[in-house]
Design a binder for this molecule. Structure first.
Ligand code: KIV
Length: 262
């Protein structure tokens, strides 16, 4: 199966096809999600919290993002692969941003980058696009601005959201994530833009939806926002499998005859 290209991804909006995107951080999970037919895999900087156990997304480095993106890029046969530009590698001026984003594309087999920010990022998005680096925008709640915002706050300024989304599209982004915005505001932005909107905590009227894979699988050990839906309880499955293994080793039932080499 051929990989979804950036133009094909953007064209899904006009075709009325709802888009699915999930985060992936390693080869095994990326293969499973790709085989299940998800349209895009996002190597999100959420890996700082989900994989590394950090307090927020700020500590993850470009090298670490590339390390994980390589695994995901190697696994994807169908899905479009997108990699987050970690803080502050997209905020360092157009030339350095191109250098950083180009490393991602050159070293990982991934096809696009995502960067947080609205109108203030237009210059960077335009520079990357001109350099042949496809950009997915990200407006609304921006986790990389957690300290400036004083927490993870919902975007409630409809005018600012619309201005930011339009500026990101105008600068050349091929799609845009809307994070944590009231459903009515996301609906209005989705109707206004030609590029697909991918929502997370942004209601059902976006062109697509993205979730953090650990949240979807029910293996999130920390705070779970209300907009998340866990489609499985993998944490419980892991817990009972590990406890069973422990008991069987302790009482001599594992390895059994079947697992014993002659
Ligand atoms: O890093 C991430 O996982 C993200 C999604 C929440 C969109 O940016």
């Amino acid at each position: 199966m051929a990989r979804i290209t950036v133009p094909q991804f953007t064209a899904m909006k006009a075709a009325g096809e709802r888009i699915t995107m999930l985060t992936a951080y390693d080869y095994t999970m990326a293969r499973l999600l790709d085989a299940a037919g998800v349209d895009a895999l996002l190597v999100g900087d959420s890996l700082a919290m989900v994989v590394q156990g950090q307090e927020n997304t700020l500590p993850v480095t470009l090298d670490e993002m590339i390390y994980h993106a390589e695994m995901v890029g190697r696994a994807a046969e169908h899905a479009l692969t997108v990699v987050d530009m970690p803080f502050p590698t997209n905020l360092v001026g157009p030339h350095k941003a191109i250098e950083n984003a180009a490393r991602i594309l050159k070293e990982t087999r991934c096809q696009a980058v995502k960067l947080e920010g609205g109108a203030e990022q237009a210059e960077i998005i335009a520079a990357l696009t001109v350099a042949g680096i496809p950009v997915m925008g990200h407006v609304g709640l921006r986790p990389q601005s957690v300290h400036t915002l004083g927490g993870y706050k919902m975007e409630r300024d409809a005018e600012r959201l619309m201005t930011d989304a339009k500026a990101v599209q105008q600068a050349g982004a091929f799609a845009i994530v809307l994070e944590c915005v009231p459903a009515e505001m996301a609906k209005a932005v989705t109707a206004e833009l030609a590029i697909p909107t991918i929502g997370i905590g942004a209601g059902r009227d976006c062109d697509g939806q993205v979730l953090v894979i650990n949240d979807l699988l029910g293996i999130n050990s920390g705070y779970v926002p209300r907009f998340v839906k866990a489609y499985a309880d993998v944490a419980t499955t892991i817990d009972s499998a590990v406890k069973q293994f422990r008991e069987e080793v302790r009482d001599g039932r594992f390895p059994g005859e079947e697992q014993t080499l002659g």
